[in-house]
Design a protein around this ligand. Structure first.
Ligand code: ZN
Ligand code: ZN
Length: 291
């Protein structure tokens, strides 16, 4: 089985255009927003759009399980009770429905900020939002939910929830069903203080995940190098292998047979140093014994 590797790609034009964008970059996995990530309101997905998306994806070499949806940026599911929290919860419910319509099984969410109320409060708000969104889905839909909500580890910015594996493990303790998983962002992990610059460091992090969360919960990896230093709490993505993490981590992850079923999504910048095709080439060159 070849590695599932790709980028966050644009849906500009139409949802199904994202599949063309992914294929033109040589992706075997990809991530999208189902709507503008910087707006609260959205329109329902027209049936023609979802039908075309599903048809095109079926005809492509990319499997549905290699496609990931990222929640918009605005929601804060760890916020204290407020209009912000209510709106964030609505977006989560909408995205759960949209992923089910599009047959996309992976929905990545940010864990948000407790805004000074403390991690315990943040975690309670977050787990309530997640549990209730799923309950509401089951109550309102005849179909069974086929989407996993994937918690993405944060870089540990001020008041952020879920930068440590311990804290994410606590969040999982509050989630009532098996409809949840983990999306590991390598840049965020490094920013949060996990030294993954060498193989031992990566193995240590994987062991922590196995012991405290469960390896089978790991569903997506956001494969990003870091512009910020180890433990800097900075969320600054950089090109694969030439940031502060360096290529060892990526080489190890990409060649790890136990991770072959997991989509690796790069969210790397596009600038004078490299574009997406350069990062794809670099990542593919790290793959041993493959073409
Ligand atoms: Zn993210
Ligand atoms: Zn990030």
């Amino acid at each position: 089985m070849t590695v599932k590797l790709g980028f966050h790609v644009s849906i500009s034009g139409s949802l199904s255009k994202s599949i063309d964008n992914a294929l033109s970059l040589g992706c075997s996995a990809f991530q999208i927003f189902t709507r503008s990530p910087r707006q609260w309101k959205t329109k329902d997905i027209p049936i023609e759009d979802s039908t075309l998306f599903i048809k095109k994806l079926k005809e492509s070499p990319i499997g549905f399980d290699s496609v990931v949806v990222h929640m918009p940026y605005l929601p804060n599911l760890s916020a204290p009770p407020s209009e912000m929290y209510t709106k964030s919860f609505e977006v989560l419910k909408e995205e759960l429905i949209r992923c089910n319509i599009l047959n996309i099984p992976n929905l990545v969410i940010h864990l948000g900020s407790h805004l000074g109320k403390g991690p315990k409060n943040g975690i309670t708000q977050l787990t309530n939002a997640c549990n209730t969104a799923l309950n509401d889905f089951h109550d309102s839909s005849e179909k069974k939910n086929n989407v996993k909500i994937l918690l993405e580890n944060s870089a540990g910015q001020k008041n952020s929830v879920g930068s440590s594996i311990d804290e994410i493990s606590e969040i999982f303790d509050g989630l009532k069903t098996g409809d949840f998983g983990l999306c590991l962002d390598t840049c965020h992990a490094f920013g949060a203080g996990y030294d993954i610059t060498n193989e031992n460091g990566v193995v240590h992090l994987m062991d922590l995940i196995s012991n405290k969360i469960g390896f089978n919960r790991l569903k997506v990896i956001h494969l990003n190098d870091s512009k910020g230093q180890l433990g800097s709490n900075l969320d600054r993505h950089y090109h694969i292998g030439i940031g502060k993490i360096g290529e060892n981590a990526f080489k190890f992850l990409l060649n790890n047979k136990e991770l072959r079923h997991i989509p690796f999504i790069m969210e790397t910048p596009i600038d004078k140093v490299r574009g997406n095709s350069d990062n794809m080439l670099f990542a593919k060159n790290l793959l041993q014994g493959s073409t």
